[in-house]
Structure formats: C-alpha cells, structure tokens
Design a protein around this ligand. Structure first.
Ligand code: OXD
Ligand code: MN
Length: 583
C-alpha cells in the first residue's frame, strides 16, 4: 500500500491493536468520496438534502453529547510538565500511552479502518506539512477530503519526504467518560478517541495544524496561528494581505470573505483562509503566510445574506452540514438564516421552540474553499502571501476600542498576549464569560505560553519589514447592550485605516496603550453611526485600562519565569503612561 516502511508498520500495529474488519487506504478520488457518501446514506450517518435546491449536500447529526471541542479532555503530553505550560492540561507520555492503548484495544471491531494521507498547505509548497490520520469514521474521512489535500498526492509526498504527523482517531463508544484528545509533540503523534466532532476528530485542523505545528514551528523558526488570511484590493489595484486572530466563533469566516459596503465600489476582498495561518519569515524580511487548510469548517448559526452573502452562495451545493435544522422541503436551516420555521431540529425531532434552538449553536458546514466566490488562487501559491498587518480581535462588550494600533512589534505581542474575549459555543462550557485568550491560541498552543511569547518576540526580531499589529473589537455595546458598530462588511472601513497606517498615509492619536484613529480617520460615509458612538469606539478610558493592565500583569505572572521580561517591561510602560494620564 505504501513504500514508506514507517507508515506501513504503523498501520499494521494500529490494526493489530484496534481490530478493524477492513482497512481502506484513501486515494482522495471523487469516486471514493461518492462511495463514502452512499455508504453513509445507507447507514443513516448522512441524510440527503433536497437534490434540486441543494445538490450533493448532506446533513449529519452527531451524538447529542458530542457537539463541540472538549478542551477539558484535551492534553499535551511532553516528557517535562513545564514544557506544556499552565495553558495546557498535561499527562506524562507513558501514562497517556497506556491509557489510550487500553481505550483503543478492539475499538474498531466491526468497522472499517480508513488510512487518510493528507497535506496541510499547497501540495507543492515547501511550507506545507503532511500527516496521516487513521480513523474508523467515514464521516471524518469524507470531511478530511474537503478540509485538506487528501489522498494520492499527499501519500506520494510522504513517500518522498519520509516525515509525517501520525493521527489515530476512533469514535470509540462516544461516551464523554472515555473521550480524550492527546498530543505527543515530540513523537509528532495525536491520539483521539470518543468523539466524532470537528476539532476533536478532523485531526488535520486544531490537533495537527495548531497544537503539533506550533510546537514544530518553534523548533523550526516559524509560527502556526489561529488566524484568517485575506487580501484587500483597493480600486487602484493595490493588494494587501491581512492575517487576523480571533477566538472560535467570533466571525473569522465572515471577515475572511466580507463583501465591501456599497460606498466601496472597486474594492475587492480575496479569501485565502478562515481559521489557520502558517507564517514564515521570508528572505525579503517580510512575513509570508499560507493557509494549511483546503476547506472551511464554519459555524452555521448567524450566517445569512446580511452577515456573509459569499458563504450563503458557497453553501448551495456540495456541502456537509452537521447539526443544523431542516426545512420541510429538505433545505438546511439555522437561527439567523431566514424567518422560516424549520420542520426538524438538529436532533431530528419535529421543531418545537420549547426544545431550544432548532440548529445547535455550534452547528457547522464543511465546504471546499474553492466554492467561496471570493476565494483567491493565491491560496495555492507555494510561497504564500506577504502580510501587511496582523490583527488580534476579541468579543468584548466594553473597554476595547474598535481599533488600536500597537506601538511596535513588542507592544503588539503584549496586545496579543493580553487578548480577552467572551466565550462562545465552539467549546463546551459556559458561554459569554470573558476569558483571556492570548493570540486566540488558549485552546491550541501546543507548548508553554511563556516560550510562545518569547518565540513571537524572536520572530519579530528577524523581520526587517514587520507587519503592523492591531487590536480590533467589533462587539462593543452600549448601556442597552446594543452593538455600537454595525460590523460585517462595514469592517472594511477599519481595514482601510489599518492599511493606510501601515503605508504611513494617515496620522493617529498616541496613547500609552497604543494608537487610535483621529476624528474622521475611519471613513463613515453612508454609515449610520453617531458621533457619540464613534467617540466611544475610538477612545480609551485610562482608569478602566489601568485596571486592565493590572489584570494583564497578574495573568502574565501566572505563567512564571518563562514569560519574557520584555513583555513585563512593555506592560509597565503602558501602566505608567496611564497613571500619568489619569492624574
Ligand atoms: C474551529 C474552532 O472549529 O476554533 O475553528 O473551534
Ligand atoms: Mn478556529
């Protein structure tokens, strides 16, 4: 099946342990995908949506206890506990291995073992990395074909290069008591059992492209980040790429494919990626980015013609939906899509509002990136795209202004490290609680945050043309909890200011915590945002920020001596300036 001995041996060992009935090596062909789909239609794993209006589109309903990433069951297993850091749950590798071996023993009896070779990144890019996921879920195999470059070409690259990340996945019995997602960064190994959902099961995504890749990236001198990548082209044809980190379910997909407001005739947005960026220092001293993924695994609820018209168009065919509701005529439905009433909810019950939302709040779509009307062929460029600006964003009802510019790279790293956001339904747990989520990597950094921030600083030192770093907040609210900023396509106005700043074209107001737009700096033509709201959105309250800097200080100290002194100094400088301002 393969000329790579290590891979052949590993598949044999896994089969001996898990005891599948059959082994299938995925080639990534359309015929293979069609067979996976028809098998799943027969077994009831997939339901066919209306073939007239939603051709080649399917609905999967996951087990009701398996609907989101489970961070409390996710571990990083480094030999030294401190290398995983306080930001990760840790288990000693030997203990984790014996726990997982016991759970995997016989787990695939009666099932097919799929060997899924995949490549994260353009298949011919030196920046791409390969992996092989072994899974007993045909749903995972089908999703991996959409989300990655899966099959023959990836296997050929693995055979050429020799190295690959190993990911072993089994649905197990789907009991949350026997659900674990383990990472062994030193062994380039992932083991996941007991969940068939998203980031727990599609191992190329969070497990490989973020947790394992971030660990590898530190050793090799690059960055693996939870960031969208988009191009913004102005009417003169000048194109700038932006990489933006937001926590899960905070609008990265909407932003990556936004449609310019009507006042922005001639502006174009080009989508490269919506979730993950691998960033490398180029020979030219600029930062270059590839999107390691080939598809979108996006949150469905809230997606509509108003919030993301490109997504609505891209989801009309060849899409797998998970945990959405369905209309009487077999179309997918979710809260925010339209004012129709669905026929069945995400669990297949006749829709009854008394049962809660019709679609699960973390319902998803899986779709090829190429179906996005704003997808850019530059996403296939082996060298990636050069980044003009990096954005850190969060969901914060108060404090954080619409946009804030870091004073320099080091200060930008502090802005990223201090990021906070209200929690969302993308992970199990309470929704709406503000938590620190540095660089939106809290659930995804595969090593100690102190080392991670030091690595960010070291990367910046290698850039002779470093991108500007910005913080944004589209989610600021007034006393009545109404959003102050319209968001979505209108966010382009903020991106325009950011690009102008990076080009040195406009001035800004300097404050101890960063630089703000001057009055009129953000173009509001045609927009119904009052002067008072705009002032609220573009000013900082020194007292509130002092309290924030204190909290950031305690948060950084919680990571102990591995936190670079430069970050403490940067924070102290900001706090001193605020104390002076506050008088
Ligand atoms: C995702 C997540 O699925 O961040 O992208 O949870
Ligand atoms: Mn994500």
């Amino acid at each position: 099946m393969t000329s790579n001995q290590a891979l052949a041996d590993w598949v044999r060992e896994v089969a001996a342990l898990t005891q599948p009935d059959r082994i299938h090596w995925c080639d990534g062909s359309q015929a293979e995908y069609d067979t996976l789909v028809s098998d799943m239609l027969r077994s009831g794993t997939l339901l066919e949506l209306d073939p007239e209006t939603r051709p080649h589109s399917y609905l999967h309903r996951s087990h009701p206890s398996d609907v989101a990433r489970t961070e409390h069951l996710t571990f990083v297993c480094t030999p030294e506990r401190d290398d995983a850091g306080p930001n990760n749950q840790w288990l000693a590798p030997a203990e984790a291995h014996s726990k997982m071996d016991a759970l995997f023993a016989g787990a695939m009896r009666g099932r097919t073992l799929y060997v899924v070779p995949y490549c994260m990144g353009p298949i011919d890019s030196p920046l791409a990395r390969c992996g092989v996921e072994i899974t007993d879920s045909p749903y995972v195999a089908a999703n991996m074909r959409i989300m990655t470059r899966m099959g023959k070409a990836a296997l050929a690259r693995i055979e050429r290069e020799g190295s690959f990340v190993r990911g072993l996945h089994s649905l197990g019995d789907l009991d949350p008591e026997r659900r674990f997602i383990m990472h062994f960064p030193q062994e380039l190994l992932i083991q996941s059992i007991g969940s068939g959902y998203g980031g727990n099961a599609l191992l190329g995504k969070k497990c490989h492209a973020l947790r394992i890749a971030s660990y590898q990236a530190r050793q090799e001198g690059w960055l693996a980040e939870h960031m969208l990548i988009m191009g913004v082209e102005d009417p003169q044809g000048r194109l700038h790429y932006i990489a933006a980190a937001f926590p899960s379910a905070c609008g990265k997909t909407n932003m990556a494919m936004l449609i310019p407001p009507v006042e922005y005739q001639g502006w174009k947005v080009k989508t490269i990626g919506d979730d993950i960026a691998w960033l490398h220092v180029g020979e030219d001293g600029r930062l270059w980015a590839i999107n390691p993924e080939a598809g979108f695994f996006g949150v469905a609820p809230g997606t509509s013609r108003h919030t993301n018209p490109n997504a609505v168009d891209m989801l009309e065919h060849d899409t797998i939906f998970t945990n959405v509701a369905m209309t009487g005529d077999g179309r997918p439905w979710w809260e925010g899509l339209s004012d129709e009433t669905p026929a069945t909810d995400w669990q297949g019950r006749p829709y009854d509002p008394a049962n809660g939302p019709a679609a699960h709040p973390n319902a998803r779509f899986t779709v090829s990136a190429r179906q996005c009307p704003s997808w850019s062929p530059e996403a296939e460029h082996p060298a990636g795209v050069p980044i003009t600006a990096i954005i850190f964003g969060g969901r914060r009802a108060s404090l954080a202004p619409l946009v804030l510019e870091a004073k320099n790279w080091q200060h930008g790293v502090l802005l990223g490290a201090g990021m906070a956001s209200e929690t969302t339904a993308a992970a199990t747990g309470k929704v709406g609680v503000v938590r620190r989520d540095p660089m939106a990597m809290q659930p995804f950094c595969g090593y100690h945050f102190g080392d991670y921030w030091a690595h960010w600083l070291a990367t910046g030192a290698r850039l002779t043309k470093a991108p500007g770093i910005y913080q944004v907040n589209w989610f600021r609210r007034d006393a009545e909890r109404r959003f102050l900023w319209p968001g979505y396509g209108e966010n382009l106005r903020v991106l325009k200011w950011i690009i102008e700043r990076c080009q040195g074209q406009v001035n800004a107001e300097q404050t101890p915590v960063g630089n703000l737009p001057l009055h009129g700096g953000i173009d509001l033509a045609g927009l119904d945002v009052s002067r008072e709201h705009m002032r609220e959105l573009t000013h900082i309250d020194p007292q509130a920020w002092l309290a924030e800097m204190d909290e950031v200080g305690s948060f950084l100290h919680g990571f102990g001596p591995r936190v670079p002194q430069a970050l403490h100094d940067e924070r102290e400088r900001a706090a001193q300036g605020l104390r002076q301002l506050a008088g």
